[in-house]
Design a protein around this ligand. Structure first.
Ligand SMILES: Cc1cc2nc3c(=O)[nH]c(=O)nc-3n(C[C@H](O)[C@H](O)[C@H](O)COP(=O)(O)O)c2cc1C
Length: 208
């Protein structure tokens, strides 16, 4: 059993990393493996070439910025934890690049993310936490993932590196999210109930 996290911050050892450490400690304490990917600032956007969908390769044609490693890890994971700083009221640009490519390559077509456990966290100085948190959840929501929450919204405050540690409540929310995600991964692993199968739905482009 394993949970993969994506840290959408370009900044090493920043507040988002600290939140993931708090969640990760709980995940590992529950006996679930935890791995964080932080693609950084050089990650590239989706080119809308649709090569991933047209070929069913489950990979992006762009192979030079580590996103294919993230896609493969997410496909192999039991849970995915998305964490991003708030940038101008929404997710950071690098995170958007990763999510566009991950969701198109792995989530559209035959959905490889189906029924994986999902959780979200964001970090921010002051405003835009709810929008960003909802944006992260909404991405996974559309992939038929099993969304797990904490006991409050996943927005942790802090501007300079390390400040998030002073948001004790936020760090507790992050830790509890990790605990709940690990628990849900184990619940799904243990159940003998058959899961509803993934199925392709009809696609309507609003064209007559
Ligand atoms: C380009 C940019 C835009 C930002 N926009 C916001 C914002 O809209 N709202 C906010 O509260 N904080 C904003 N921040 C602050 C970051 O969200 C905050 O410093 C966060 O903790 C950074 O996470 P990190 O340390 O993991 O990189 C912004 C920071 C940058 C660099």
């Amino acid at each position: 059993m394993n949970i993969v996290a994506i840290n959408g911050s370009p900044r090493k050892n920043g507040n988002t990393a600290l939140c993931l450490e708090a969640a990760g400690r709980e995940i590992q304490a529950a006996g679930v493996e935890f791995r964080v990917f932080q693609p950084g600032a050089d990650v590239r956007p989706c080119m809308a070439c649709y090569h991933c969908l047209n070929t069913g390769s489950l990979r992006c044609i762009r192979n030079d910025d580590g996103v294919n490693d993230i896609i493969a890890a997410c496909i192999g994971a039991d849970g995915i934890l998305l964490a991003s700083p708030v940038y101008h009221g929404g997710i950071a640009g690098g995170m958007k690049c990763v999510l566009d490519r991950l969701m198109l390559a792995a989530g559209c077509g035959v959905n490889q993310l189906h029924h994986k456990v999902g959780g979200a966290l964001c970090t921010l100085r002051r405003s835009g936490g709810m929008e960003t948190y909802q944006q992260l959840l909404g991405t996974m929501d559309a992939m038929e993932m099993v969304l797990v929450t904490s006991d409050y919204w996943g927005a942790v405050h802090g501007a300079d590196r390390g400040e998030a540690l002073r948001d004790e409540e936020g760090m507790a929310v992050a830790a509890r999210l990790g605990r709940n995600m690990a628990w849900m991964v184990k619940v799904l692993h243990e159940t003998s109930l058959p899961a509803p199968p993934a199925a392709q739905r009809p696609m309507m482009n609003f064209i007559r």
